[in-house]
Design a protein around this ligand. Structure first.
Ligand SMILES: Nc1ncnc2c1ncn2[C@@H]1O[C@H](COP(=O)(O)OP(=O)(O)OP(=O)(O)O)[C@@H](O)[C@H]1O
Ligand SMILES: [Mg+2]
Length: 203
């Protein structure tokens, strides 16, 4: 199984990913867990450029290409091999993030983003994509004060990203919108209810 968690910064992706990994371990499944951007040596350097080096100005296209470079490296060197050897893979963000942030958010052509996503992933799509949806104010509040390049971009930007996520999640195969306003434990039960059938199928 290949599962992606998606949503605005601060929506609760990492929290749910940890809870899901814990559950899977109870069923003797030890998932490979990765994050985007990053998850490989070169990807982690790209992550630093994108999320920490706020003083570095870059065009939206440069930003997209850096995310896609990180994704390509991650897919080819970590995700594909892990899946090929029978592991479960959980990813904190994947191609849908570029569509939402660089496409809807930054205003790059959606077709261009889709094309680069195809190139970077080699058409490898998650079997399930879980979107944790919360209003922008809630995501920013949960995120606290730490700002990276994207969070500096303003509330309007995030509104576009959220709209993009909502528009696209219904087009994704096994794409599910979860109400991120629910309590953490309620939400993790809901996540589990979607994943559990695949666990039974395996064991
Ligand atoms: N359902 C929830 N209700 C209330 N608070 C939550 C919920 N889910 C997560 N949080 C809290 O919100 C904060 C951000 O959560 P988390 O780090 O999981 O978000 P994230 O989506 O991974 O963010 P980022 O994109 O910045 O990595 C944490 O303090 C977490 O405890
Ligand atoms: Mg996180």
């Amino acid at each position: 199984m290949f599962i992606a968690l998606e949503g605005l910064d601060g929506c609760g992706k990492s929290t749910q990913l940890r809870a899901l990994a814990k559950r899977l371990k109870q069923y003797k499944i030890d998932p490979v867990i990765v994050q985007e951007p990053g998850g490989t040596p070169v990807g982690e350097e790209i992550r630093k450029i994108l999320l920490l080096r706020k003083e570095l100005a870059m065009t939206p296209l440069t930003e997209l290409l850096l995310y896609e470079a990180s994704r390509s490296e991650l897919t080819q060197t970590v995700i594909q091999p892990a899946l090929a050897s029978g592991h479960w893979v959980l990813t904190d963000r994947y191609a849908l993030s570029s569509l939402a942030y660089q496409g809807y958010g930054r205003g790059l052509s959606l077709e261009l983003v889709r094309e680069l996503n195809r190139l970077a992933t080699g058409d490898l799509a998650p079997q399930m994509t879980l979107l944790i949806d919360v209003p922008v104010e809630v995501a920013l509040r949960r995120k606290g004060r730490v700002k990276d390049r994207l969070e500096g971009a303003g509330v309007d930007f995030y509104e576009r990203v959220r709209c993009g996520y909502l528009a696209e999640i219904s087009k994704v195969s096994r794409g599910i919108r979860l109400d991120g306003m629910k309590e953490i434990s309620t939400l993790s039960e809901e996540v589990w209810s979607y994943i559990r059938p695949f666990v039974s199928a395996q064991s």
